[in-house]
Design a protein around this ligand. Sequence first.
Ligand SMILES: NC(=O)C1=CN([C@@H]2O[C@H](COP(=O)(O)OP(=O)(O)OC[C@H]3O[C@@H](n4cnc5c(N)ncnc54)[C@H](OP(=O)(O)O)[C@@H]3O)[C@@H](O)[C@H]2O)C=CC1
Ligand SMILES: O=C1O[C@H](COP(=O)(O)O)[C@@H](O)[C@H](O)[C@H]1O
Length: 467
Amino acid sequence: MASDATIFTLFGATGDLAKRMVLPAFWDLFTRGLMPKRWRLIGNGRGEVSDEEFRDHVRSVLEQFGPGDLPEGKWREFADNLRFSGGGFRPGDPGTLVEVIGTALDEVGADANYIHYLALPPGAFAKITEALAEYKLLGHDARVVYEKPFGTSLKTFRELDELVHSVMSESQVYRIDHFLGKEATQNLHVLRFANPMIGSIWDARSVCQVQIDVPETLGVSDRAEFYDANGAFRDMIATHLFQVAAEVAMEPPHSLSADDLQAARTDVLEHFRPLAPDEVIFGQFDGYRELPDVPDDSTTDTYAAAQLWVDSERWAGVPFVLRSGKRMHRGYQEVSLVLRPEPGPLSGVPDSILRMSLSGAGSMAARLMVKKPGPDLELATRPIEINLGDVPGTDPMPPYVSLLHDVIIGDRSLFTSSQSLERAWEVAEPVLADPPTPQPYAPGSWGPADAVELTDGIGWVAERAAG
Ligand SMILES: NC(=O)C1=CN([C@@H]2O[C@H](COP(=O)(O)OP(=O)(O)OC[C@H]3O[C@@H](n4cnc5c(N)ncnc54)[C@H](OP(=O)(O)O)[C@@H]3O)[C@@H](O)[C@H]2O)C=CC1
Ligand SMILES: O=C1O[C@H](COP(=O)(O)O)[C@@H](O)[C@H](O)[C@H]1O
């Protein structure tokens, strides 16, 4: 950025995402010394909240979702930069935001850059975008961060995309998909492109199925209104899991630069076949309809599983099986490559699977078949596991910290392109147009039993390992 001063505006500052992820990310960058020299963080919302009330909110959020106890001096320094602008922000009515930004400019310098972060439900993006243009808040080298989902269907994606491009250039737009910001997702490139032993098995000759499995034990009670309008398929499958599938399926990019990585993801998404509704299963956990803010006849999916086909030469005939759901038996985030049996005298040996966890710093695990030392040819399996957090000198950055830092330094490599999202919505469209009826499942279970059929008899491999 041209200036060493930045004014951040956080729309939806008292919402769920802000409290769990975004506000702790600001604190993390601050304590690492990675914030701009001079800055202000202006929370925005439709209610009336004083600066002091906002600071109290941020403090309690950091105590709950951040580091816990805050060193008093450091907290004071951080808190001095926090402001709140209430009354909402929409075309024709900017609430107090323009005035609060004006004061912040006086305080940190008129040359400050703007970063606007929309931590809002997708239905609110268009009005805020229009208002940013109307109130001339897209100057000052402004960068605008949109949460996912960017649009909720092909139609609404196109409308939003057109609006955004009518008021700002693509280089100003940062569409977040925080699964791309995970350390372990980034490590997929390194594992594959730097290690011939892994890179050489990365195709249909060696792999018979790819599973991307993200069950969650978490429910939705804090954000039922948002969730009921979106459901698991939009919230996880058509967004995060498609992007992870693109990371796995991409052809080697020319380099790991922002443009080349974005282009590789976009290119492979073009090969994603639009989903067939009969290869998708939706579920809804028992008791969901009794939650406050959920209509008692809601047909929203709290679980979705799908078979995705990637019609590229590399992946011809290999199903990518994707699954995610709320209130499930265990929570994990795993990519598994199920390998074909090795032809030859031991070709019956099952379970050759390379599993990569996307949680935390990430890990990789496999089981090898070995001869049990001894007089007979007896076989045994032995695990091999690498935890990336054990690599000496690691300092993993949580995804929101890493992505917020990328916005500050202007690195767009881990953000989604407009073209790739358009394709993602095209792939999702047949299911959105003709959604399967959700099957009920018990909270704490593994979801609808029928979904196992999507794995073509293999079963959910990470689930087996999780027990
Ligand atoms: N929560 C999570 O774990 C994650 C969420 N996300 C994404 O983040 C975004 C926000 O999610 P989340 O924080 O959970 O949602 P919330 O339902 O908590 O909404 C966030 C805030 O948006 C404001 N808001 C709600 N509706 C409107 C509206 N129609 N117009 C203007 N403002 C509105 C509210 O603030 P106020 O009332 O103060 O105006 C609310 O507190 C979503 O796009 C979601 O997909 C992404 C990753 C994880
Ligand atoms: O975007 C979302 O992601 C979270 C899962 O995030 P993670 O930080 O646990 O990887 C999910 O719970 C939420 O429903 C969804 O909106």
